[in-house]
Design a protein around this ligand. Structure first.
Ligand code: SF4
Length: 450
């Protein structure tokens, strides 16, 4: 069989199969470009089953491009909470504002204009144009490249840009005239349900008869994909600072800076414990130096708190970093009276750890650890030695009735708040902190050091 016939077989059989087997998904019930767009952004990171409730809630709260464009960012992030990759939510809202300003609130149908929207890459642009407007544009993501690699027995590395170009050309040629909307969704559906990454269901596949990969016994070795760089491991110490006095029943949270990882999301205060060496996890720190480092770091951020004990371990995986978290329950202390004591304890624990590191089998790891401690405690000790001159700075520390605090001159201008359970619905947290704070309010760490 020639290549032309193989292509025809693929397009015809795939489309026939899809028309019978297509799933009923909320974004497929209307030809609404905005719904297509939102669903495609959500589906880039998550499975269909998980996306459905998020999609329904998001569209329920932001039913139009205009509603999304005009919403407070905090509300948008709150509705995205749990999906991860929050920059995508921010980009979606920024692009909604572009659509309002440049296109009068109507999704553009021109390829360049769609591509110019923030957060819209070649795949999403192709998906919007084909699904919403039935334009013959390819929409090629990892799933589609897997299917095409197998069916056409393509040995090119799908991580390479040149392979993507080749795949886009091929996918474009396969679209039957006037059927872009259904065909592209059929291709995505085949990758999601049949030609799956680890165990393709070749026996029930609508294109199995002419699948070159299956015939060559290569369905499990294709696509060719060079390994992505492994995520960088980081050991981090997290503080659940329990309020006292006017803050009783509340915990301290801070808002991340306006740019970078998890921008503007709320989190528990945390600090890098020790750097990883050559892609290897640094490993957990012993509790005593960990608590000392945490106390010192909190002071550097402007808070006096005494770590009481380990509450839990947790892990949070980003695409490029893995956080291994040691979470300590801490209690708020009187800033003026207790601080020197805490800092002195912290310094002593650091000295002890640094001395112990001299005898460690790994000299470079010990020296890296010592450097980290040194950096942390430099700021603590210099602040301590200048306490009297820093009177203004100390005045910025949490006052008993402060609901929201902005520290100036410390903590990079971060915003801090004491929150109770009732605040959880109003603020956007990355999943890991949502779980930790919810667990705390549910009493999961009540017995730490009791
Ligand atoms: S026959 Fe198997 S390898 Fe080929 S496209 Fe179908 S599921 Fe994928």
């Amino acid at each position: 069989m020639g290549l032309l016939e193989q292509k025809r077989h693929f397009s015809v059989n795939l489309l026939d199969w899809y028309m019978v087997n297509r799933r009923d998904l909320p974004w497929r019930r209307h030809n609404n470009p905005y719904f297509t767009w939102v669903s495609e952004i959500m589906l880039q990171q998550t499975r269909v089953d998980t996306v459905i409730p998020y999609f329904n809630r998001f569209i329920g709260n932001f039913p139009t491009v205009q509603a999304l464009a005009e919403a407070p960012e905090e509300d948008v992030l709150k509705n995205w909470e749990g999906l991860g990759y929050y920059s995508r939510a921010r980009n979606l809202q920024a692009a909604a504002r572009q659509v309002m300003e440049l296109h009068g609130g109507e999704m553009p149908q021109d390829k360049q204009a769609v591509f110019a929207l923030k957060g819209v890459g070649p795949y999403t642009a192709g998906a919007i144009l084909s699904i919403a407007f039935n334009q013959p544009q390819p929409a090629v993501d990892g799933n589609v490249m897997r299917v095409l690699s197998r069916y056409f027995l393509i040995d090119e590395d799908i991580m390479k840009g040149s392979t993507r170009v080749l795949m886009e050309e091929l996918a474009g040629e396969l679209i039957p005239e006037g059927r872009a909307r259904d065909f592209n969704q059929a291709l995505m559906e085949l990758g999601a349900l049949v030609c799956t990454p680890k165990a393709p269901h070749c026996l029930t596949c609508p294109v199995m008869e002419q699948c070159s990969g299956r015939i060559a016994g290569r369905e499990l070795t294709l696509p060719v994909k060079t390994k992505a760089k492994p995520p960088r491991p980081e050991q981090r110490l997290v503080a659940i600072v329990e309020g006292r006095g006017a803050h009783r029943g509340r915990v301290l949270v801070r808002q991340r800076p306006a740019t970078g990882l998890l921008a503007r999301m709320w989190e528990l205060p945390h600090v890098l414990a020790a750097p990883a060496a050559a892609g290897k996890a640094a490993g957990p720190l012993a509790d005593e130096p960990a608590m000392a480092l945490l106390a010192g770091s909190l002071w550097a951020e402007g808070f006096a708190a005494r770590p009481e004990g380990l509450a839990t371990h947790a892990e949070h995986v980003f695409s490029h970093i893995v956080w291994s978290l040691q979470v300590y329950k801490c209690t708020e202390q009187d800033q003026s009276n207790e601080l020197p004591l805490i800092a002195a304890e912290a310094r002593a624990a650091y000295d002890a750890q640094a001395a112990a590191s001299d005898h460690s089998s790994s000299a470079s790891a010990a020296s890296e650890l010592a450097t980290t401690y040194s950096e942390q405690f430099h700021s603590v000790t210099s602040l301590l030695s200048n306490q009297s001159e820093d009177a203004d700075l100390l005045d910025e520390s949490p006052a008993a009735d402060d609901a929201q605090l902005t520290l100036i001159g410390k903590g990079d201008g971060l915003t801090y708040r004491w929150i109770g359970p009732e605040d959880m619905d109003k603020m956007a947290f990355p999943n890991i902190f949502l779980k930790l704070i919810s667990s705390y309010f549910a009493g999961a760490y009540d017995d730490v050091n009791e």
